[in-house]
Design a protein around this ligand. Structure first.
Ligand SMILES: N[C@@H](CCC(=O)N[C@@H](CS)C(=O)NCC(=O)O)C(=O)O
Length: 210
C-alpha cells in the first residue's frame, strides 16, 4: 500500500493521479494547508521542508518532491508506460519538460502563494506576487507550445500530462484575470482529456471540482 500525504487541489494531485492510473493500492492522508498542518512536527518528520506531496512506498521508503514521485511511479509500473522507452529521444524530451515544470514553474507557485516569505508583507509582497504570477504565465506559454495534442508527447499519454494539467489548473497562482482559454488552449484541452481518463476522473473530481 502506498500512502500519499497531501491536500486536495495541491501537488498531491500529481502523486495520486499517477498511482490511480497504474492501479496501485494507496491511501490518501490529508494534511490541511488551510490549517498549516504541513508545518506540524508530525509532517516535518516526513518532509523537513514542510511541502507536499510526500509518499510512503510499500517498502517504507519516504519520497518527497513531486517529480521524484512521478518518476518513481513510472519506474515501479513499467507496463503502464508512463514514459517513453529508456534512452529514446522521447524519454529525453520527457525529462526536459518535466524538469522545466518542476524547476521553472513550481518554485514560482510558492512565491505567488506566500509572497510574504520573500518580501515584507504589504505592497512589496503584493508586487512580488504579481511578478511570480507573470513568470508562471510566461512559462505556461512556453509549455503550451510543446503540447503535441491530445497529449503532451506525440508518443501518447505520460506523466507529463498529469503534471502539466495540474499547473494549468492552479488559477489562484496563475492569477484569475489571465484568460486561460485564450492563452493556453492546448493545456486546457489536455487537462480536459486527463479529467476524462477513467482511472483519473474521480481523482480529478476530488481535487479540482469542489
Ligand atoms: N518542490 C516541491 C514543491 C511542493 C510544494 O510547493 N507544495 C505546496 C503545495 S502545492 C506546499 O506544500 N505548500 C505549503 C507551503 O509551502 O507551506 C515539489 O515538487 O513537490
Amino acid at each position: 500500500m502506498f500512502i500519499i500525504f497531501g491536500d486536495k487541489g495541491s501537488g498531491a494531485f500529481s502523486a495520486e493521479a499517477a498511482l490511480a492510473e497504474v492501479g496501485a493500492p494507496y491511501e490518501f492522508k490529508t494534511i490541511s494547508l488551510e490549517k498549516n498542518e504541513q508545518r506540524s512536527p508530525e509532517f516535518l518528520a516526513i518532509n523537513p521542508s514542510g511541502k507536499m506531496p510526500a509518499v510512503r512506498l510499500p517498502e517504507g521508503l519516504i519520497l518527497t518532491e513531486s517529480l521524484a514521485i512521478l518518476l518513481t511511479v513510472a519506474d515501479h509500473f513499467p507496463n503502464a508506460r508512463l514514459l517513453p522507452p529508456q534512452a529514446s529521444p522521447g524519454r529525453g524530451t520527457a525529462y526536459r519538460w518535466l524538469a522545466f515544470m518542476a524547476d521553472e514553474i513550481y518554485p514560482m507557485v510558492e512565491i505567488s502563494d506566500y509572497p510574504e516569505r520573500f518580501a515584507p508583507a504589504g505592497e512589496r509582497a503584493e508586487a512580488l506576487r504579481e511578478k511570480a504570477r507573470e513568470r508562471i504565465r510566461d512559462r505556461l506559454l512556453i509549455v503550451e507550445r510543446q503540447v503535441a495534442g491530445p497529449w503532451f508527447l506525440p508518443s501518447g499519454f505520460s506523466i507529463l500530462d498529469i503534471y502539466a494539467a495540474m499547473f494549468s489548473r492552479w488559477r489562484g497562482s496563475i492569477g484569475r484575470d489571465w484568460p486561460v482559454d485564450q492563452n493556453i488552449p492546448n493545456l486546457l484541452a489536455l487537462a480536459n482529456a486527463l479529467s476524462e481518463r477513467p482511472r483519473i476522473a474521480p481523482v480529478w473530481q476530488r481535487h479540482f471540482m469542489r
